[in-house]
Design a protein around this ligand. Structure first.
Ligand code: FEO
Length: 393
């Protein structure tokens, strides 16, 4: 045995990727409470070998050491690039420089990206199209174009004989824990968080991709982040639900308060929603984990936004929250906007316009001068009841 553990996840398919325990943030935006992994897979056919995706820059040494435990690196025939983002394509140039024989397989868009971003020469690249196959000897790679999951060039690779699907980011989860889905107790919440951050903006494309793979017999889903699914039906079912935009009787409540007025209003709203048996996910925007917000966006039917008015408009953190709605495109249907102000309003109108653009039906708004009175709280309770009624309707 070599220095590294290189698990065989299916016959002659080896996990040679790496775990990044120390990574704390992704895309300079999303916290990673459990780090992440960059899964790369080596497939050994009778005649040829292929590497599915690589790893993030900085981990080239570990990846190549693992490959060398299994074979002579310069004998590698193919690297399959499912996705050009650096967390998966970041070691391609490194390997190609070490191995003259290796050809890169990518979509036409992927080929352009890899030349531009990583300076890979055109003659090292072979373009593959939807449905194309490559034979390794007793192992057949079939390529399935899956644009925008997560970039325009993305594709999935299906290993026909083993019935293993390599979908790169799709079905992924940012956690360094575990090898298989059964090893991670909270795998579905982690996958949901990942879906909210990365896939939710592309739900239409995700539905198309699920349709494309519907007829495939899939024994294993081997994504490029997080655990490998030995029981794929659980994550397939979750993705069918999340991509469909199916929501629950659940409200996500995002608020920012400075002197307590907005918080008092939010409490009145949350108490009402609880009394109406509405599920509530509450986040104070001051220090909230965006990944958790993204997770709760996936199946929330309504949003309550509470904020103070600052300099004639939304507090910047409330503006940030509305930007996240625009970016992540959650299937929210209804909204309530609550605000408090000192010497002038403006925040409610700003938020109302943004909700309108996002086709979120505004059920009620309230803008309070200073501290909310008992009558204000009574008004909020009424708005909360109307919202609950709509959500249940
Ligand atoms: Fe894991 Fe879109 O890269």
């Amino acid at each position: 045995m070599g220095r590294y553990n290189v698990p065989e996840i299916s016959a002659d398919v080896f996990l040679v990727g790496v775990k990044d325990w120390n990574r704390k943030i992704f895309d300079a935006l999303i916290p990673l409470p459990q780090g992440t992994s960059y899964n790369s897979y080596l497939i050994r056919g009778k005649e040829k070998t292929a590497l599915i995706d690589t790893v993030s820059p900085g981990f080239e040494g570990e990846l190549t050491a693992k490959i060398k435990q299994m074979m002579v690196l310069t004998d590698l025939d193919y690297i399959v690039m499912n996705h050009a983002e650096p967390d998966h394509a970041g070691a391609i140039s490194h390997i190609l420089q070490m191995s003259d024989k290796t050809t890169l397989l990518a979509t036409a868009k992927g080929a352009k990206m890899i030349q531009r971003y990583y300076k890979v020469p055109e003659e090292k690249i072979k373009i593959v199209k939807d449905g194309d196959t490559v034979e390794l000897g007793g192992k057949t790679l079939r390529f399935i174009e899956a644009p925008f999951l997560h970039w325009p060039e993305t594709m999935f690779t299906y290993l026909v004989e083993n019935k293993v699907l390599f979908p790169c980011d799709f079905f992924g989860a940012h956690t360094a824990f575990g090898l298989y889905d059964e090893d991670v107790e909270e795998i579905i919440p982690f996958a949901k968080r990942y879906f909210g951050e990365i896939m939710m903006p592309f739900r239409t494309m995700a539905i198309k991709a699920l349709e494309k793979i519907k007829e495939l017999e899939i024994k294993i889903i081997a994504p490029s982040h997080g655990p490998i699914y030995k029981k794929p039906e659980r994550i397939l079912e979750a993705y069918r639900k999340w991509t469909s935009g199916e929501t629950r009787e659940k409200a996500i409540v995002l608020y920012i308060s400075m002197l307590g007025s907005t918080e008092t209003m939010i409490k009145a709203m949350v108490e009402t929603l609880f009394s109406e048996d509405i599920e509530v996910s509450l986040y104070n925007l001051l220090g909230a984990d965006i990944g958790e917000i993204a997770k709760d966006f996936v199946d929330s039917r309504a949003i309550v936004l509470g904020m103070l008015t600052m300099l004639g408009g939304m507090h910047p953190l409330a503006g940030y929250a509305t930007y996240l709605i625009k970016a992540f495109r959650p299937p929210l249907k209804y909204g309530v906007i609550l605000s408090s102000h000192g010497f002038g309003g403006g925040a409610v109108q700003q938020a109302r316009e943004i909700f309108g653009h996002m086709q979120i039906e505004v059920i009620g708004t309230l803008d309070v001068d200073g501290l909310p009175t008992d009558d204000d709280c009574q008004n909020i309770a009424e708005i909360g009841k109307q919202l609950s009624h709509k959500m249940k309707g």
